[in-house]
Ligand binder design. Structure first.
Ligand code: GTP
Ligand code: MG
Length: 199
């Protein structure tokens, strides 16, 4: 798919504030600092579009970017961010969960996992919750430029094993590196296959 047009539409903190349009949405979620905003910038080929920071907790709102006047990329805040007070974290996670469960336009949620780590409870619990809620999702292992090929393969295998403890089927999985511009075509092809089949 060729991205001809990218347009920032708005930032929201509730599902009700999100754009009224019914165009399909592809949202990015995962732990703070995992690389959600960077990946949106890689996909759109615009390093200034979504705000990126080395400090976790940069994205605090639900951000809608309209692509080719046809579908949205949605940048979400991260979960499991320890620097936010417990109360704020509760509110924060609640509105993200509300967006995920209430948003009818949400066509696929990409769950980003840092490829450097073994399976983390917070990610596995979140993925299991998505399964229970019957939310369509795919997994993207990020920051693969920081890994040697064999270690990367081992971590992906560990994740696969962990998920198969709970689920009979695995979701689609992708590898990405925003630093080395890896994964863009595969993720865009996947989005295109869904957008085209839903037309
Ligand atoms: P929050 O909005 O805080 O939840 O973070 P985020 O998940 O949006 O992460 P963001 O894209 O802001 O990136 C966090 C840090 O990781 C930044 O310093 C990025 O430059 C770095 N980063 C993101 N993706 C990659 C990658 O593929 N490779 C490497 N080496 N660094 C990356
Ligand atoms: Mg972000």
């Amino acid at each position: 798919m060729i991205i001809k047009q990218t347009q920032f539409i708005k930032s929201s903190t509730t599902e009700a504030q999100c754009p009224k349009s019914t165009n399909p949405e592809f949202a990015f979620i995962g732990r703070s600092n995992v690389g959600k905003s960077s990946l949106i910038n890689l996909i759109t080929n615009n390093h200034k579009l979504a705000k990126v920071s080395g400090t976790p907790g940069k994205t605090q709102t639900i951000n809608h970017f309209l692509i080719n006047n046809q579908w949205y990329l949605v940048d979400l805040p991260g979960y499991g961010f320890a620097q936010v007070s417990k109360k704020d974290r509760g509110n924060f996670e609640q509105y993200i969960r509300a967006y995920i469960t209430e948003r009818k336009q949400l066509t696929c949620l990409f769950v980003l996992i840092d490829s450097r780590h073994e399976p983390q409870a917070v990610d596995v619990e979140f993925i299991n919750w998505l399964g229970e809620q019957e939310i369509p999702f795919a997994i993207i292992f990020t920051k693969t430029d920081k890994m040697k090929p064999l270690a990367l393969e081992r971590n992906v295998e560990e994740y696969t094993k962990k998920l198969l403890e709970f689920w009979d089927e695995l979701p689609p999985m992708f590898l990405s590196s925003s630093a080395h511009k890896v994964g863009r075509d595969e993720i865009l092809d996947y989005i295109e296959s869904i957008v085209v089949s839903s037309e």
